[in-house]
Design a protein around this ligand. Structure first.
Ligand code: BGC
Length: 341
């Protein structure tokens, strides 16, 4: 049986190293060389497992059963109404108080020629877990290739119709966690549209809007700081970026969603996914009260999360992609973080 504090490490031939723990499959570190061969940890978090367990449990964790927000925690499937526990203002966030980020996943090594090293993480979420219907069986592969790709491969099945949206919640700082903000990072998003939010309901309005002419336009690489500091009502609402972007030409195949790079270190990360959306979150709620890696306070904009996903509140928005999983179907989701330097 895996324990919350068990620490696992994936390594490849180029000295890329991914570490995670049993609780939440929480990624506690990703070490990546820079242009000069110097290795830094590019994931916001803590130096020790004890601190990771004692602090923000979303940092690097697997989120589910439904990542991001469901308005008022309410949805309907086939005319049946469900009320989830509320844990974020008026809404349900990241699967509830005891979301998948709080669970101890069963972890076992797997052999697969694709990967330099890989682990399989398994979780059974019982029928009624956080008030979601159906027993959900979830398998997640964490695989690291010698091409410096960290692959997260999710599959899940259910015993009753339910809603599902799994993601991974690591915040990246390509210069190195604890070295300051990501304002000088360049970000490109393969997204001509995004889903605006509303301050009152605390999440997406249901509109799918053009990014053109707004701070949300990352169709050509630009500094994240330029967007975070923009005088734009959507930015002001969340003091930065906390928005779902609609990946161009979604068809269920693996597509480039984002490129994040840091001019100082020369490090770059490409994100690929077969999902329709990616949540870009610049960590505006970090207030510097807690110290993380390099003994530096974790402050707003110190890292950026790129969470591949179905859109927030999809169960209540007919124009958003389907998030209902039925018995006999298999939920599939692949996310690839590919590192370069
Ligand atoms: C959401 C934020 C939320 C954060 C919690 C992100 O995925 O987009 O709104 O505050 O998770 O860590």
């Amino acid at each position: 049986m895996t324990k919350a504090s068990d620490l696992f490490t994936l390594k490849n031939k180029n000295n890329v190293e991914v570490s995670f723990i049993g609780r939440g499959g929480q990624i506690t570190g990703i070490k990546v060389p820079d242009a000069k061969g110097e290795i830094d940890d590019v994931v916001i978090g803590f130096d020790t497992v004890e601190e990771a367990l004692a602090n923000d449990a979303y940092l690097g964790a697997l989120c589910g059963r439904f990542a991001n927000r469901i308005v008022k925690g309410q949805f309907e499937i086939d005319g049946e109404k469900f009320q989830l526990d509320i844990n974020n203002g008026p809404n349900a966030l990241h699967g509830g108080n005891e979301g998948f980020n709080m669970r101890v996943w069963e972890v076992a090594p797997v052999k697969d020629a694709k990967y330099a090293q890989a682990y399989k993480l398994t979780l059974v979420s019982p029928d009624g877990d956080q008030k979601y219907p159906g027993e959900l069986k979830v398998d997640v592969i964490y695989g690291l290739t010698d091409e410096n790709e960290f692959v997260i491969d999710y599959t899940a099945t259910t015993t009753k119709p339910t809603v599902i949206n799994l993601t991974s919640h690591a915040y990246f700082n390509m210069k190195g966690a604890g070295t300051g903000t990501i304002e000088n990072h360049d970000l490109m998003l393969n997204a001509a549209k995004y889903t605006p939010i509303d301050g009152e309901i605390g999440t997406v309005t249901g509109e799918i809007a053009d990014v053109k002419g707004t701070a949300m336009d990352f169709t050509e690489a630009k500094k994240i700081g330029e967007a975070c500091n923009a005088d734009d009502p959507q930015v002001k609402l969340v003091d930065g970026i906390d928005h779902n972007f609609v990946i161009n030409d979604f068809d269920g195949s693996l597509k480039l969603a984002a490129v994040l790079s840091d001019p100082n270190s020369g490090r770059k990360m490409e994100v690929y996914t077969d999902q329709p959306g990616v949540q870009i979150y610049t960590g505006s709620h970090f207030d510097g009260a807690v110290k993380g890696k390099l003994n530096a306070p974790i402050s707003k904009w110190d890292g950026v999360a790129l969470e591949t996903q179905i859109f927030p509140d999809s169960p209540n928005k007919a124009n958003f992609p389907n998030a209902v999983l039925r018995p006999g179907e298999t939920y599939k989701h692949t996310c690839v973080y590919k590192f370069g330097w």
